[in-house]
Design a protein around this ligand. Sequence first.
Ligand code: G3H
Ligand code: 13P
Ligand code: ZN
Length: 314
Amino acid sequence: MYVKSTKEILDKANAGYYGVGAFNINDIEFLAGIMSAAVEKRSPVIIQASEGAMAYAGNGDFRKGAYVLTDIVRRYADDVPVPVALHLDHGHDMDHVMAAIKAGFTSVMIDASARPFEENLAITSEVVKIAHAAGISVEAELGRLVGVEDNVSVAERDATLVDPNEAKIFVEKTGVDFLAPAIGTSHGAFKFKGEAKLDFERLQRVKAMTKIPLVLHGASSVLEEDVQKANAYGAKIEGAKGVPFDVLKESIKYGINKINTDTDLRIAFIAELRKALHDKPSEIDPRNFFKPAIEAVKKVVAQRMDVLGSSGKA
Ligand code: G3H
Ligand code: 13P
Ligand code: ZN
């Protein structure tokens, strides 16, 4: 079932101390894999689309893409027994936010985290007013998702990561529904040079001071098996490192409820696609390459639902 607001899913996760995966899509292939996993695992699920995904789905027209994505996600959600949300990931401007709201997304992220605190606060407040009037929820971000190496100074960490006191003021003043606090992750396949370490002390302070569902961006685990498979079939992904499962579980224990995952799906899909292209040189029907790649996405999503604790919660 397609929910009215993503908040329905995340408030339950917050109360029940579990995490829900928010998986990025651009097209039907990733969506199909994610939905199959959600149904099999009886898990609530958040589908999310970036500004780039909206443009891609609309063949260059992001407003059209917002409708295309809403239509396909709603259609896939209609006849399944699990709650499904559709979220705008990293909306940077009002045009994309408005397009998502008008098309029927169930939540939007306004990402003004690169701007000074007061500007972020003002922009987020404006989005909250509009989205709440439409009955949908809002995510915002504080701090920067650049990852943090072991040997940086306290001043450097403070400049990059979320300030818990600011988080409290920000949540109170904006009325935002979910917050993404920067605690040391980064996007993509190369998150850590050494050990995967997040600032859990900071996370706990943010949770204690805000109490709302918190979001972990850059949460892909970068599965060794999928990286090796991709490399065996011609990819060149060297030195990749993600957030291990035990670190994800710990982050949920300290207050994370929405776990953003894109890179793991991309690697799994591409690895299987490369293999299928290699194994079937005389095949010309793209569906016969995509089908095993969709299965690979499903496998990654299903495994994450178990790890995050959302399996069986629908
Ligand atoms: O955080 C970003 C997501 O992985 C989406 O990436 O902007 O390439 O669609 P994208
Ligand atoms: P990954 O690159 O770790 O998958 O993170 C995705 C993300 O944060 C989307 O907002
Ligand atoms: Zn992100």
